[in-house]
Design a protein around this ligand. Structure first.
Ligand SMILES: [Zn+2]
Length: 294
């Protein structure tokens, strides 16, 4: 007997229908792809699939995460600053808070995390750090390094989301996965995804644990870094694109001649034409392409 056909969930139905509320073009300048909701491939009203996933991974739709190399001078300064000051009231307080978080972690198999809620995933991340025997001082050092870099960053996205994600990512990668051994020469490593709401939850929790260290000590750590390695030079953020070139980014949805809902005679093909023009001008003359346009 054939298995009963499952009815698609309401969410799936909503994700697959084209929304008249969606904008015509992805909100990231120079992108020009169609937002997910307009293309019928997801729920995002303003972002294409590439930039929606980029934001889930990095906490911003246009700024890439801090790399380990970028963070290295801040980590050196944080280590030098924190080591002799462990008895300081706020530093000791943060270390105890992190120790409590590690103790409250609950081990969950990575396979089971896929559909778990962000709180469960965050507690599993703390459990992995505890099982890997990562000392609270190392976690605090990473957090202080990210806070100092964020403080000096000339071009950071507004709000706390990007900072939360950066805090979470720098700690998450200390123990991202687990290796299961089935015998000599046979083992399997699986890492938890460093993307989505779990990074926001994890980052908020870490930020709360270090909030007084952030207020009392991070400016001094930054001063130490500037004294030793110099100030961060100003540079304009490059346009976000796949690091493999745009080959790995999904291609734009092929335009259609069917009019967009509620837009009279405007068809996706016309929108795509317009977007292509904007992309070309942006590549040629940069941000000047938008002068006088809005
Ligand atoms: Zn986009």
């Amino acid at each position: 007997m054939a298995p009963p056909r499952r009815r698609p969930s309401q969410l799936t139905v909503r994700a697959l229908e084209r929304s008249a509320d969606a904008s015509r073009c992805c909100a990231v300048f120079g992108c020009g792809r169609v937002p997910e909701a307009a293309a019928g491939t997801g729920l995002s009203l303003f972002l294409c699939r590439y930039h929606r996933q980029f934001k889930a991974r990095h906490g911003s739709e246009w700024k890439r995460s801090y790399s380990a190399a970028d963070l290295a001078p801040y980590r050196r300064a944080a280590a030098r600053y924190l080591k002799p000051r462990k008895p300081d009231f706020w530093i000791a307080n943060a270390l105890i808070a992190i120790e409590t978080l590690l103790a409250s972690g609950r081990s969950t198999r990575i396979t089971d995390l896929r559909r778990a809620n962000p709180d469960v995933k965050a507690r599993a991340a703390f459990a992995r750090l505890r099982d890997a025997k990562i000392p609270p001082a190392v976690i605090l050092e990473r957090c202080v390094a990210v806070l100092a870099m964020h403080l000096e960053d000339h071009s950071k996205p507004s709000g706390r989301e990007f900072l939360d994600v950066q805090l979470a990512k720098s700690v998450h990668r200390l123990a991202a996965g687990k290796r299961t051994s089935y015998g000599p020469g046979s083992s399997w490593y699986r890492a938890a995804k460093s993307s989505g709401q779990v990074l926001r939850t994890l980052g908020r929790t870490l930020r709360t644990a270090c909030e007084f260290v952030e207020a009392e000590h991070v400016p001094a750590v930054l001063a130490l870094k500037v004294e030793r390695d110099g100030a961060k030079p100003y540079r304009q953020e490059p346009l976000v694109r796949s690091r493999f070139g745009n080959d790995r980014a999904p291609p734009p949805i092929p335009p259609e001649d069917r009019p967009l809902a509620g837009d009279g005679d405007i068809t996706p093909r016309m929108v795509e034409e317009e977007a292509r023009k904007i992309r070309r001008r942006f590549r040629e003359i940069g941000w000047k392409a938008f002068e006088g346009e809005f």
